[in-house]
Design a protein. Structure first.
Length: 258
């Protein structure tokens, strides 16, 4: 059985914590990164109970470009063979009314940090092959999303880029998978400022644990794209077949405040 040494970003809560628990059940050593050390340590304690023999935690804000080299260097020293790029968040609101500094910070975390860490760690992953990369995207990647314009676009980037490098790296012992969850029961809605849509989201939300289990299974099977849940799969297949204006109008009405 292969032994795993896994870096997970954004591991302090939500899908990130659930991914850490799932890898713990598979006996992985873990290197967990997020902004809150206190939350990370709570996740680390649970991971040890679930089967992780070693759990290292480091507090970094990955929206700060200065953190990327430090995280990559620590991951190399940890000798990882699994990279899970989960850190990310969404900003809800009218694009023209959002601050540029906040938008830049959002794009740095959702795209630049993911690309930089992956690029820095590919040599390490090639040395440790077989190895795996799991990039967390979103079903918002399949459409333009009014009031969530930058977030949806950033997740579309993650999906497209992940699929491309999957084909570039698969013969070099590195398997790249995009995990594309839909609505999930996490703290995402609160951080995005979408409390007005919380009740509607609950009707179709999956648990973070289910998303993590399906995502890790797909990653280890070498799948290029994993969409958890029947409704999300149906949506992913249907959206490209429908008129874009119809989808965008429906999405705008869903996320606008009543």
């Amino acid at each position: 059985m292969q032994k795993f040494k896994t870096l997970i970003t954004g591991a302090s809560q939500g899908i990130g914590a659930a991914l850490a628990y799932e890898m713990s059940k598979r006996g992985s050593e873990l290197f967990l990164v997020a902004r809150s050390r206190e939350k990370l340590e709570r996740v680390a304690d649970e991971c040890k109970k679930l089967g992780s023999p070693v759990v290292k935690v480091s507090s970094y804000d990955l929206s700060d470009a200065k953190s990327w080299d430090a995280v990559a260097s620590e991951a190399e020293a940890f000798d990882i063979n699994v990279l899970i790029n989960n850190a990310g968040y969404g900003l809800w609101g009218q694009f023209a009314e959002q601050g540029l500094d906040e938008l830049y910070q959002n794009m740095r975390l959702n795209m630049d940090a993911v690309v930089t860490l992956t690029h820095r760690l590919i040599p390490q992953l090639k040395r440790a092959q077989p190895s795996y990369v799991l990039n967390v995207s979103s079903t918002t990647a399949y459409q333009a999303l009014p009031t969530f314009a930058v977030y949806a676009a950033s997740k579309s980037f993650v999906l497209s880029w992940s699929r491309a490098i999957h084909h570039e790296l698969k013969r070099q012992g590195v398997s790249v998978t995009a995990l594309v969850p839909g609505a999930t029961d996490t703290g995402f809605i609160d951080r995005a400022g979408l409390q007005h849509a919380a009740e509607a989201a609950k009707k179709v939300s999956m648990s973070a644990e289910s998303v993590a289990r399906i995502g890790i299974d797909g990653m280890l099977r070498g799948r290029v794209e994993v969409v958890p849940g029947f409704i999300n799969k149906l949506s992913a297949h249907a959206i490209p077949l429908l008129p874009k204006q119809l989808i965008e109008k429906a999405a705008a009405s869903l996320y606008n405040k009543k």
